[in-house]
Design a protein around this ligand. Structure first.
Ligand SMILES: C[S@@+](CC[C@H](N)C(=O)[O-])C[C@H]1O[C@@H](n2cnc3c(N)ncnc32)[C@H](O)[C@@H]1O
Length: 218
């Protein structure tokens, strides 16, 4: 398999709306990858990658959708939003749960615009509020108990990872019984989520090379 071949979308996934599936398919099949050695781990400026989604895999999205449906989620956090792939799964779950709000966060204005266009094409824009700017500021006040948070961050040049900084902001705002899904297995994020003092239990799922799913217990 070529290094960036992420495989096809599962035709038996839980989202059946053809309009939503079409946008997911479009984002998945047109995703771009930087040249080897030229990605965000080398150049940490998010603006330099305005044309790259770095989106979650549809299998991760299917899991987000299923869990949100099962728990009747109404308020969820999408960090970060990029071009809107993860937001599409969250927003479909909000709509299919009878209503709700996806609070997105994205630093790059061009990506906010792309995400809004993709959500509009899918008919889901009314369920999503994308907060443009640095998530460490925009997610400080989420306005109430959060049911589910995706922590899908960006490499930091030094110091704590963004995933770690954002989970420290979001965790106190997550309700007991709420879920956190993490895409990139940042070591300091995993240390936070696995520290019993922080009130989570978690497991590593074999999706996209290791996806951490955590449940807030207290
Ligand atoms: C891995 S991508 C998110 C992919 C998205 N979840 C999806 O499925 O399409 C990470 C995103 O974080 C954004 N970003 C980087 N630093 C940020 C910050 N401090 N606050 C908010 N967003 C940030 C980047 O521009 C990039 O679009």
């Amino acid at each position: 398999m070529p290094p960036h071949d992420l495989g096809a979308i599962n035709p038996f996934g839980p989202i059946h709306d053809p309009k939503v599936r079409a946008i997911i398919e479009r984002l998945h099949t047109t995703r771009r990858f930087p040249e080897r050695g030229g990605g965000p781990r080398q150049n940490h400026d998010p603006e330099a990658f305005a044309d790259y989604g770095f989106s979650i895999h549809p299998d991760q999205g299917d899991l987000i959708y299923l869990l949100c449906r099962g728990m009747g989620a109404r308020r969820v956090v999408d960090f970060a939003t990029s071009v809107g792939m993860s937001a599409l799964y969250f927003a479909a779950a909000m709509r299919d749960n009878g209503g709700g709000l996806v609070i997105g966060s994205e630093l790059v204005a061009a990506k906010v615009a792309a995400a809004r266009a993709n959500l509009t094409d899918a008919g889901l824009e009314r369920y999503v509020e994308i907060r443009e700017g640095d998530a460490r500021k925009t997610l400080r006040d989420l306005g109430g108990g959060i049911d589910f948070a995706l922590i899908d961050g960006w490499p930091a040049p030094q110091g704590p990872s963004l995933a770690r900084e954002v989970i420290e902001i979001v965790a106190p705002q997550l309700r007991v019984g709420g879920y956190v899904l993490n895409d990139n297995a940042e070591a300091d994020f995993l240390a936070f989520i696995r520290d019993p003092d922080n009130g989570f239990i978690s497991m590593t799922l074999p999706l996209k090379g290791g996806t951490e799913l955590a449940l807030k217990m207290r």
